[in-house]
Write a protein that binds this ligand. Structure first.
Ligand code: UD1
Ligand code: UDP
Length: 383
């Protein structure tokens, strides 16, 4: 019997972290021929993940430019994938989430009349401009997709409200599959500075910031608040792996260089990052992925954004939406640092995003879609 050729297309760090477990799972099914095409929307940060999971792509569009524009990424992915599809036409293309790679790859597949599967489907902030351009990327990807893998029941409900009712499967998020393979008690960090931190004797705050809609005044407010927190509370240690975006590099180093209790690092490998998250006191971030990972590891998260497309952990009480005004950041961080009862309430480990079985469910649902299974996979249920 012919194998189903499943081409996974991704290009940025978070997509790679969330697609690698799925690509590995696909390879375990004899009915499937997995193929991987990376766009290279990210270069160093993508290669770090590929190396960590020992994944060698079949195609690499290698599109990244310094301070690239959304139009450049979109057009290069469209043109590059057209050539790939002519060489090696898949039966289905899988894209992930909300990046410009995801949207452009879904559009390229649609133009070539290749079915599209959307992994991490149905997340919505309901604000077209925030996160920008991700909210529109995921809406458009959802319109183009033929099969939708929604991490949570709430994500599936969002799709249903938009009239998307067939081939929607609740699977959990593959990032929880990844965490099951990365976090270990006896882990030794590649970034040696992280091996010398006294995680039990000192409160360590992990922070990241990179969102495009935060460029400018919001990011400056974030940096000012962190600088003030660090200066007024020398007992704390901030660890901040800085995204390679030239704007973020310049802003972070401009505000935070030279403050003794802030450790600015290069982007960390994913194993380092997950194990660091497992050991810190709390997380401050505008990242999407960290909002899913930290609750699973029992770490409170302050979200440095005005909204979120991931309300589940907010409802569970482990994530707070803080915004980007320096005063709000200082107030929320102060409460978490000084009010132990509040901290303990937020610290509970919760798993609204997955149970480590997402990749298996996605694969089984793909087989069902292609008529190779009689039933879809059991849906992910939040316990
Ligand atoms: C992209 C995604 C965003 C995701 C983020 C994860 C879009 C529009 N945005 O945003 O949804 O949250 O990735 O990190 O798809 N750079 C390097 N090396 C790298 C990666 C980036 O030098 O390995 C620099 C380049 O100068 C590049 C810039 O960062 O032009 C911005 O990268 P880009 O992918 O356009 O945007 P991100 O902010 O990373
Ligand atoms: N991450 C990493 N190294 C870092 C920062 C983040 O491995 O230095 C991981 C993080 O654990 C998560 C993912 O990258 O799995 C999140 O990526 P990012 O914040 O860049 O994008 P977003 O999730 O906001 O789209």
């Amino acid at each position: 019997m012919n194998r189903i050729k499943v081409m996974s297309v991704f290009g940025t760090r978070p997509e790679a972290i969330k697609m690698c477990p799925l690509v590995k799972a696909l390879a375990g099914y004899p009915e499937i021929e997995p193929v991987v095409c990376v766009t290279g929307q990210h270069r160093e940060m993508l290669d770090q993940v590929l190396a960590a999971f020992a994944l060698r792509p079949d195609f690499d569009l290698d599109i990244m430019e310094k301070s690239q524009t959304l139009s450049s990424v979109t057009s290069k992915v469209l043109l590059g994938l057209r050539e790939v599809f002519q060489k090696d036409r898949p039966d289905i293309v899988l894209v992930h989430g909300d990046t410009t790679t995801s949207f452009a790859a879904a559009l390229a597949a649609f133009y070539d009349k290749i079915p599209v599967g959307h992994v991490e489907a149905g997340l919505r902030s309901f604000d077209k401009m925030s996160p920008y351009p991700e909210e529109m990327n995921r809406l458009l990807t959802g319109r183009l997709a033929d099969i939708h893998f929604a991490p949570t029941p709430a994500n599936a409900a969002n799709l249903e409200r938009e009239g998307v009712r067939s081939h929607v499967y609740v699977t959990g998020n593959t990032v929880i599959d990844a965490i099951h393979t990365t976090v270990r008690d006896d882990y030794v960090f590649d970034c040696d500075a992280l091996n010398h931190i006294d995680y039990t004797g000192r409160r360590v705050v992990l922070m990241t910031a990179h969102r495009r809609e935060n460029y400018g005044a919001p990011m400056e407010q974030i940096m000012q608040a962190v600088a003030q927190l660090a200066r007024t509370r020398p007992d704390l240690l901030f660890v901040y792996p800085v995204h390679l975006s030239p704007y973020v590099q310049q802003t972070a180093h401009g505000y935070l260089d030279g403050i003794d209790n802030i450790l600015l690092t290069e982007p960390l490998g994913v194993f380092d990052m997950h194990n660091l998250m497992g050991r810190v006191f709390m997380v401050m971030t505008d990242s999407g992925g960290l909002q899913e990972e930290a609750p699973a590891l029992g770490k409170p998260v302050l979200v440095l954004r005005r909204e979120t497309e991931r309300p589940e952990a907010v409802q569970a009480g482990t994530v707070e939406i803080v915004g980007t005004a320096a005063g709000d950041i200082l107030a929320h961080a102060g409460r978490l640092l000084d009010d132990e009862a509040h901290y303990l309430r937020m610290k509970r480990a919760v798993n609204p995003y997955g149970d480590g079985q997402a990749s298996r469910r996605i694969t089984e649902n793909l087989l069902f879609y292609f008529g190779r299974r009689a039933e879809p996979a059991d849906p992910f249920r939040v316990r």
